[in-house]
Design a protein around this ligand. Structure first.
Ligand code: T4K
Length: 415
């Protein structure tokens, strides 16, 4: 445990962790059960195209969230693209600027304009007041994002969608296993999309799913996911290849079996971070609503640089030097990434909360790969850094000013 400022790696100490600590380290379920399932798939010689494991995975997810239909897809980005297309969204669709860029890309990819809306700075999700103000005659839908697994203001968005006759879709990539007013996420809006990417607390390696209670929509998405084939050689829609493989489904089924253990580890870590960060001025852990079902999958810290006297980016530098690979999701906001920065160069002028939140959020490692001991050590590093903020700031400045090291055999480029 580091106790003196000279122990900090940025001030000359040795790094705290031999092995890197990651924000998105995959949770692994029961390895033997996974291998057993993969073995069964190999024995069947049936690896994709709606095999039995994919069907089981769909049934399991639908049952877990209480939705009528689950359509498993190769990843959540393709799931969003297909759902947007199946809903015949066009023109403009309102999305938060503060989200993973896939939410916006899924629209722009099909030449639909993502209209970036500001977030509520407390919840980090769509500000319903702003959503209403961004509606134009070209608006066809709203995509709410349940960021960090914390549901949006669903009721307000439902009212707006109903009043203005807009489609309401939720990017629930982070929110598997979460509830809103006692009902599981998965049953809201016209459809919701989950991600089961390796970095999600329940994962397929790569995977996603669309859940909906709309029979016709589910049927259409199933067809679109499989090139639009309605029979062996009958195509009735434009489609793509969005199918999930049996190997991904084997992983997903095994992962869901451990969901309670994964949530317990995340909850334990959340509480440990909360306790430790409470004693560091200028750092607050974004809370989960304990009266609801929560997956606690992200440890999200808001940094107030006036109190820490170090910026969020400087704190991340301090942690990375210790081998703690903290991240600044979803900096700098979609509106500042291409092609959107060029398409909407003034968007930041109306995205004040997005801009502020994107500057102060830092994600810390959690999940089953991280234990309380490590969290105590990570927080002690942050505490020490804040205590000697001036020294840390000067050391980081000096590092930035230092000439780049010459790599052997590359002297020409440096000269
Ligand atoms: N909507 C939202 C709101 C989303 O957040 C996402 C995805 C989507 C839609 C689209 O879902 P998918 O199409 O991906 O199903 C990661 C994930 O790639 C992405 O799925 C996720 N959101 C996003 C929040 O995070 P990166 O670029 O940060 O990933 P990467 O490769 O830097 O990995 C994060 C950390 O995890 C690293 O420190 C390394 C570690 N890691 C990663 C992988 C893949 C491992 O230790 N093992 C691994 O296998 O985007």
């Amino acid at each position: 445990m580091k106790s003196d400022k000279r122990d900090l790696a940025v001030l000359g100490g040795t790094r705290a962790f031999e092995q890197s600590l990651h924000v998105g380290r995959p949770n692994l379920g029961d390895r033997s059960r996974l291998l057993e399932r993969i073995g069964e798939a190999l024995d069947r010689n049936w690896l994709t195209n709606q095999g039995p494991l994919v069907s089981q995975f769909e049934a399991r997810v639908a049952d877990y969230v209480g939705a009528k239909h689950c359509v498993a897809v190769c990843n959540a980005t393709v799931a969003l693209e297909i759902t947007i297309r199946a809903l015949e969204l066009a023109g403009e669709v309102i999305v938060p600027a503060y989200t993973f860029v896939a939410t916006a890309h899924a629209l722009q990819w099909q030449e639909i304009t993502p209209v970036f809306c500001d977030i509520d700075p407390h919840t980090h999700t769509l500000d319903a007041g702003w959503v209403e103000r961004m509606i134009t005659p070209r608006t066809t839908g709203i995509i709410g994002v349940h960021l960090w697994g914390r549901p949006c203001n669903i009721e307000a968005l439902e009212t707006i969608a109903r009043t203005h006759e807009l489609r309401l879709l939720f990017d629930a990539a982070h929110a598997f296993g979460a509830s809103y007013k006692g009902r599981m996420v998965g049953g809201f809006g016209t459809a919701e999309v989950f991600s089961f990417h390796a970095t999600k607390f329940v994962n397929c390696g790569e995977g996603g799913a669309v859940v909906t209670n709309d029979d016709r929509l589910a049927q259409k998405i199933r067809l679109m996911r499989n090139f639009g084939f309605a029979g062996l050689d009958r195509v009735i829609y434009i489609g793509t290849n969005g199918k999930m493989s049996e190997l991904s489904a084997a992983m997903g089924l095994t992962s869901i079996e451990s969901i309670d253990a994964f949530v317990a580890a995340n909850r334990r870590n959340h509480h440990a971070y909360r306790t430790e960060l409470a004693t560091i001025p200028g750092m607050s852990l974004v809370p989960y609503d304990a009266s609801e079902r929560c997956n606690y999958q992200y440890a999200v810290v808001e940094v107030d640089p006036y109190l820490t006297r170090l910026t969020r980016d400087e704190l991340i530098e301090v942690l990375v030097a210790e081998n703690v690979l903290a991240r600044r999701y979803f900096y700098p906001g979609c509106h500042r990434m291409e092609p959107y920065a060029s398409l909407f160069p003034h968007a930041h002028l109306v995205l004040l909360s997005t801009e502020a939140v994107a500057e102060r959020v830092m994600l810390l490692p959690t999940g089953t790969a991280v234990g309380v001991d490590e969290i105590v050590r990570i927080c002690q590093i942050l505490r020490l850094a804040v205590t000697c903020a001036g020294d840390v700031h000067r050391a980081l400045e000096a590092r930035r000013q230092a000439p780049a090291p010459v790599i052997a055999g590359d002297e020409r480029k440096v000269a």
